[in-house]
Design a protein around this ligand. Structure first.
Ligand code: 5GP
Length: 107
């Protein structure tokens, strides 16, 4: 797989507004937000799409969901949405698996 913009963010080759990082994932603000808060939750392992997730990767999916729960609480979201685009036809532009977390904080 050729290197994507997200791998460059993980390697700190290009800047991003990072809100969380651990050994498995990185979370940063989307450059083109489509909600009051728009984060991208990205596994460090460069899996191209959700369709490529293997049994051995399922811990990453669980971890991303748990981190989304934690961030939604920390950022005081009243409502939120998780979204994954899969494939070009599905609207995916960056072929490194990522979850969009769209959040609407309490007033
Ligand atoms: P996709 O369409 O692949 O599901 O989503 C890719 C997302 O990455 C888009 O929402 C786009 O705005 C975001 N994005 C693309 N390039 C960059 C970048 O260089 N920095 C950040 N922070 N987000 C990016």
């Amino acid at each position: 797989m050729s290197e994507t913009i997200f791998t460059k963010i993980i390697k700190r080759e290009i800047p991003a507004n990072i809100v969380h990082e651990d050994d498995q994932i990185i979370v940063f603000h989307d450059i083109n937000p489509r909600a009051p808060v728009h984060l991208l939750l990205v596994p460090k392992k460069p899996i191209p799409t959700l369709a490529d997730v293997a049994e051995e990767d399922l811990h990453l999916i669980t971890h991303i969901h748990r981190e989304a729960q934690r961030l939604a609480k920390e950022l005081n979201f009243e409502g939120w949405r998780m979204l994954i685009n899969v494939g070009e036809k599905g609207g995916q532009e960056v072929f490194h698996l990522h979850y969009h977390l769209l959040g609407w904080p309490r007033e």
